[in-house]
Design a protein around this ligand. Structure first.
Ligand SMILES: [Mg+2]
Length: 267
């Protein structure tokens, strides 16, 4: 991974986002199990962090750099696309999505650019809390950030709330949680599968600094990331998004997968 990704000016972020979206769709057409909808909802959040705010990766020790944990690991094609834009993953590798000698269907820390293996939902914030605590012990917590990206369906996992309470109890201010609220989980709307209540209020009640943004609006995302950098307590960014953002029929239905047989009609 290069020492530092970004920051880029706003118009460049939109160009990166467009190219990365095309890469996600391409992966979705190559393998029908790719979670295209979830990847497209989280993509602008990843672009904003990598190329808008920038990640500092230069430290010798694990506590001397920024971390990014994609807790909603099934959306890893978005991360692959962003890493491709950063020059970490080749275009040839993107073609090998879910191939035996290619890219995994969930994040694998053994790969350049992937900080933590995830995919079993609910674990990312706990791992982030541990890293943030290590930063405190090493005296680096005010220089670095631990970004943890969760899905809204993932909030059903009890472990998320154990970690959320631990982070604020210990005042682990290097943690920045981002919830991708796309309104869907599995094969249905979140409200039909399990009510989420007032998501912002749930985090706020535990003492988090809560920011709410349109998760596809770069100005709002970058401002929230700036505020998270300046905050003296753990911050959660509630990012309202659209599942399948950029692909009309996925957005209309909250769909997740592309049918490779439809490739012709998308060209
Ligand atoms: Mg969701």
């Amino acid at each position: 991974m290069e020492a530092r990704a970004g920051p880029l000016p706003m118009h460049k972020l939109r160009e990166v986002s467009l190219r990365a979206r095309e890469k996600v769709i391409r992966m979705g057409l190559l393998d029908k199990s790719v979670h295209v909808g979830a990847s497209l909802s989280v993509l602008d959040i990843l672009v904003a962090i990598y190329f808008g705010r920038g990640l500092r990766r230069s430290g010798e020790k694990p506590t001397e750099r920024d971390w990014l944990i994609l807790s909603k690991g099934h959306a890893v094609p978005a991360l692959y696309a962003v890493l491709s834009e950063a020059g970490v993953v080749s275009e040839e590798m993107l073609e090998k999505i879910r191939a035996i000698d290619g890219l995994e269907g969930h994040p694998d820390y053994r790969m350049d650019g992937i900080d933590v293996s995830t995919g079993s939902l609910g674990q990312g914030l706990s791992i982030g809390a541990g890293i943030a605590y290590a930063m405190r012990l090493d005296g680096t917590e005010d220089r670095h950030r631990v970004y943890v990206i969760l899905g809204d369906g993932e909030l059903d996992e009890g472990q998320v709330w154990e970690a959320a309470a631990t982070v604020t109890h210990l005042g682990l201010r290097s943690v920045v949680a981002i919830v991708d609220v796309n309104g869907f989980q599995l094969d249905g709307p979140t409200e039909a599968i399990k009510k989420k209540g007032d998501i912002a209020a749930r985090w706020s009640s535990l003492g988090w600094n809560v920011l709410e943004v349109d998760g596809h609006d770069y100005e709002m995302l970058l401002e929230a990331l700036r505020q998270a950098d300046a905050a003296r307590k753990p911050t959660v960014i509630i990012a309202y998004t659209r599942r399948g953002r950029g692909v009309g029929f996925l957005e209309a239905t909250g769909g997740q997968h592309l049918d490779p047989r439809r490739a012709k009609s998308l060209e």
